[in-house]
Design a protein around this ligand. Structure first.
Ligand SMILES: *Cc1c(COP(=O)(O)O)cnc(C)c1O
Length: 451
């Protein structure tokens, strides 16, 4: 991988920074973002605003009739792709026992593992980007007269035939490909998905069953993306969904902020200065935790506290932020092996634009061990009967790490939150799972059982 900072600079960073040493030794790190301004200040400098979030919300509303028609499983939300939230109090007790901490406040799970169509959090950003591209093409080519018509028309033969002349390409560890592939194919596009070495067989099979062209690579995520991008750029009718640079992908995720507020309101859960909200988000390239945090901050300001969660063996966002080098460093520069079973998070280098933006919005982040994720996966099935895929477990121990680390506790003290935590709501974002085949899930379950 091309290294963009000098060896001298790198040695300097490693030598003078004790957190980097811990990261390099695969230790669990709970990291506080010391350079984060107040939300009201951060928002002024940000390159996106509430208007961008609203634009994405409106677009998803326009497409809802199309989605409802093509995917009847979305009928009860009238074509809006959204998941529920549920309290997991029994599991909270288990967390407290396992980590030997008291977790003040209630613990909930955001069930993106049950999102329709794709069964992962990618259904937010990736599907949004595909829809936006389809709308743009249809407007440009005069097929769609205005944004005011009923978008059910996107399911018509004329539209499907029109899109079949165009290609959508993507590079992925698996889940991004599923969302792009299924929605792209539903619109009529030719879709090519470049899969990195982590990608599971069932994901390839699933995509092929939708008529998607899957290209398998024996290389990591960054390389699979490079290959896909190159091939796509050679074809003028091809559009590349670029996980590292895509603004639309990011904006698709931001919509979750308002939606979550609605859900909490319906449950009578208050969020304000005396009732803080803590959210723990699994982080790969950074788009989904970044976009959701951005959306939530625009709803709740500084009363929501957002932490990204990464495997100790794949801490690309953490390194990007801690060094202030963003996408100019990868885990390999720090001799980190990248060996993780949390395949949805297997990204060795973070997104440059997302990490730079989020250095002003993330409150912090933490890493967790492979064993931790595996054992949590099994316990969540045993106690709550909720089967998640490995990546989705990263956010689950967040509250235990917050209360169980010196850094977490001092975050609460410095922000005058210690006394308010009895009123807090913790939300672990469960990012995927419902589409994992039974046999694969059984294997995950047994791995955690046998620890
Ligand atoms: C992609 C993914 C994530 C992380 O999202 P990024 O945008 O890559 O940070 C988390 N969980 C699952 C299941 C995923 O597929």
């Amino acid at each position: 991988m091309a290294m963009t900072i000098t060896q001298t600079k790198l040695e300097e960073i490693k030598a003078k920074n004790p957190v980097i040493k811990d990261i390099m030794n695969f230790k669990n790190v709970f990291w506080i973002n010391k350079s984060k301004p107040k939300f009201e200040d951060a928002k002024i400098d940000a390159k996106f605003s509430y208007a961008d979030i609203k634009d994405a919300e409106d677009r998803l509303e326009r497409f809802a009739p199309f989605i409802e028609k093509k995917f009847p499983e979305t009928a009860n939300t009238r074509g809006i792709i959204e998941s529920g939230i549920s309290e997991i109090s029994k599991f909270k007790k288990e967390l407290e026992a396992t980590y030997d901490v008291t977790i003040d406040g209630s613990l909930m799970l955001k069930r993106d593992d049950t999102l329709p169509i794709a069964g992962t959090i990618k259904a937010r950003g990736a599907i949004y980007e595909v829809l936006k591209h389809a709308e743009t093409l249809a407007l440009e080519e005069g097929l769609l007269e205005s944004k005011d018509v009923n978008y059910e028309i996107f399911a018509s033969e004329a539209f499907t035939k029109f899109f079949s002349d165009y290609n959508i390409t993507v590079g992925t560890t698996g889940n991004l490909g599923i969302s792009v592939g299924i929605m792209g194919a539903a619109l009529g596009f030719e879709v090519i998905v470049h899969m990195s070495i982590e990608a599971k067989q069932w994901k390839k099979d699933l995509l092929r069953s939708h008529g998607v062209n899957v290209i398998e690579h024996n290389t990591n995520f960054t390389k699979a993306v490079e290959n896909g991008r190159k091939q796509s750029n050679e074809n003028p009718k091809s559009y590349f969904v670029d996980d590292e640079h895509s603004v639309d992908l990011f904006l698709g995720y931001t919509v979750a902020g308002n939606r979550l507020k609605q859900q909490l309101d319906e449950k009578g859960i208050l969020v304000d200065a005396d009732h803080p909200l803590f959210v723990y988000l699994p982080c790969g390239i950074g788009g989904s935790p970044g976009g959701i945090t951005f959306g939530l901050k625009h709803v709740y300001g500084d009363n929501v506290h957002c932490f990204f969660a990464e495997p100790a063996h794949m801490p690309s966002m953490l390194l990007g932020l801690e060094t202030n080098e963003f996408d100019q460093v990868s885990i390999y520069d720090f001799d980190i092996d990248g060996k993780t079973g949390m395949d949805g998070l297997a990204v060795p280098r973070t997104s440059g634009f997302v990490s730079q933006l989020m250095s002003h919005f993330f409150d912090g982040g933490y890493t967790l061990q492979e064993k931790e994720a595996k054992s949590l996966l099994t316990k969540l099935i045993d106690i709550e009967n909720i089967p998640l895929e490995p990546a989705a477990l990263a956010g689950v121990p967040g509250a235990a790490h917050l209360f169980g680390t010196t850094e977490g506790k001092s975050y609460l003290e410095e922000n005058d939150l210690t006394d308010k935590m009895k009123n807090a709501t913790h939300i672990a974002w469960a990012t995927g799972g419902s589409m994992v085949p039974k046999d694969d899930m059984e294997e995950f379950y047994n791995q955690g059982k046998n620890l």
